[in-house]
Design a protein around this ligand. Structure first.
Ligand SMILES: Cc1ncc(COP(=O)(O)O)c(C=O)c1O
Length: 376
């Protein structure tokens, strides 16, 4: 019943745009296998629907990437069959669930490898893992100096095989790729060392969207696009690649009122009308991911016109000055992210204004924003 109602706000997810962005990834990487990153609810786009759609694509997705176990299970329970790599590590207590749901863990210590081996012995089925190396991100991962020893010791665990070696770039989005190059060199050295010892790892991967777009040597034999699939470039400068934002967000006009000059509005009374005004109350707030920092400086598109956010953004509502907007009625929808009548507010521009980045805007879109999937 609820899903048939029109909510206060909704996100249109344009699957055609997703498909086109995937083609752009393919154009960049040629035949290289693709791991589509669908963690964090596919950057707010709905992981199950996005993965189900991508799984059917003729562009051939080799793997999906999620951060945590629950995300992997949700995909499996929705029928997704493709290999799923769980990127944020393997807590030992979760090992049985990984095996049960055929999720491929990322590991970086022998204790976990040993525990995984013990559990796999119970089922009699060999488990594949990917080994994470920290080449400069300072997050999870084994030190490059310890990789060879790890591989040698791992040979003792006959139920586990290391199928992949991965690392993550700290700043491949910059024009200056010198640190990215250092990280890449570190991985190349590891690969050479392993090769010298006769150790072959089927997959070696580190290329996120930024590296896919402007650091071709780092594509190796698996790439991990996230942001560019959803239509945005992470690069600091311009890119010639045409990506199409997949998500557009609209929110309902809950109320319209005439307000006299000199009236303060919203929490903290940070905005005071400077003229007789028409104020629209919009059904989206910071609980839905519309940033509080856009108080008094954001914009939305009402009836094809850019209109300013006035006063503080509230949990569920935001106020717009629509004095100069004609024909707006209660129940209409304004564009929060998207394009209307030649005017655009995309997530990257919104992020810039809100002093954050595109990732946070997309991932932060809340559950109350009903997702609608459009194709064709
Ligand atoms: C390990 C890993 N690989 C790939 C990605 C995808 O990065 P991007 O969205 O910049 O393509 C991420 C994103 O955070 C990540 O954490």
């Amino acid at each position: 019943m609820l899903s048939q109602l029109t909510s206060a706000s909704f996100a249109e997810i344009h699957l055609d745009a997703l498909e086109e962005n995937l083609l752009q990834v393919r154009a960049q990487v040629g035949d290289c296998p693709i791991l589509a990153v669908v963690k964090a609810n596919a950057y707010g786009h709905g992981a199950v629907q996005i993965a189900q759609f991508l799984e059917k694509s003729k562009e051939n997705i080799s793997m999906f990437g999620v951060a945590f176990l629950e995300e992997g299970i949700a995909l499996r329970e929705s029928g997704v069959d493709t290999r799923i790599l769980v990127l944020a590590g393997l807590p030992i207590d979760q090992i049985p669930h990984y095996i049960q749901h055929k999720l491929t863990p990322v590991i970086f210590d022998l204790e976990t490898l040993s525990a995984l081996n013990r559990e796999a012995l119970k089922t009699g089925e060999k488990v594949k893992v990917h080994l994470k190396v920290d080449t400069g991100m300072g997050r999870i991962g084994l030190s490059p100096a310890d990789v060879l020893t790890f591989f040698e010791k791992a040979l003792a665990y006959e139920m586990v095989s290391i199928e992949g070696l991965l690392t993550h770039f700290a700043e491949a989005d910059l024009q200056d790729l010198s640190f990215a190059q250092k990280q890449f060199t570190s991985i190349q050295e590891i690969l050479a060392l392993l090769k010298g010892k006769g150790i072959n790892v089927p997959f070696c991967h580190l290329a996120n969207s930024a590296a896919i777009l402007h650091f071709k040597p780092a594509h190796l034999n698996l790439v991990r696009p996230g942001l560019m699939l959803y239509g945005y470039s992470p690069l600091q400068g311009k890119t010639s690649i045409q990506l199409k934002p997949v998500m557009q967000i609209k929110a309902r006009v809950l109320a319209l009122k005439k307000v006299s000059k000199g009236i303060p509005l919203s929490y903290g009374r940070t905005f005071t009308t400077s003229r007789e005004s028409v104020i629209a109350t919009i059904g989206i707030g910071y609980a839905d991911g519309y940033p509080f920092s856009l108080s008094n400086c954001g914009q939305m598109i009402a009836k094809g016109k850019l209109v300013p956010v006035v006063g503080r953004v509230c949990m569920d509502m935001t106020l717009l000055d629509v004095t100069e907007t004609e024909g707006l009625s209660v129940g209409d929808f304004v564009t929060v992210i998207g394009a209307e009548n030649g005017k655009t507010i995309w997530a990257d521009a919104l992020a810039l204004k809100a002093n954050t980045h595109t990732y946070e805007i997309l991932c932060g879109i809340g559950d109350r924003v009903q997702r609608r999937y459009l194709k064709g």
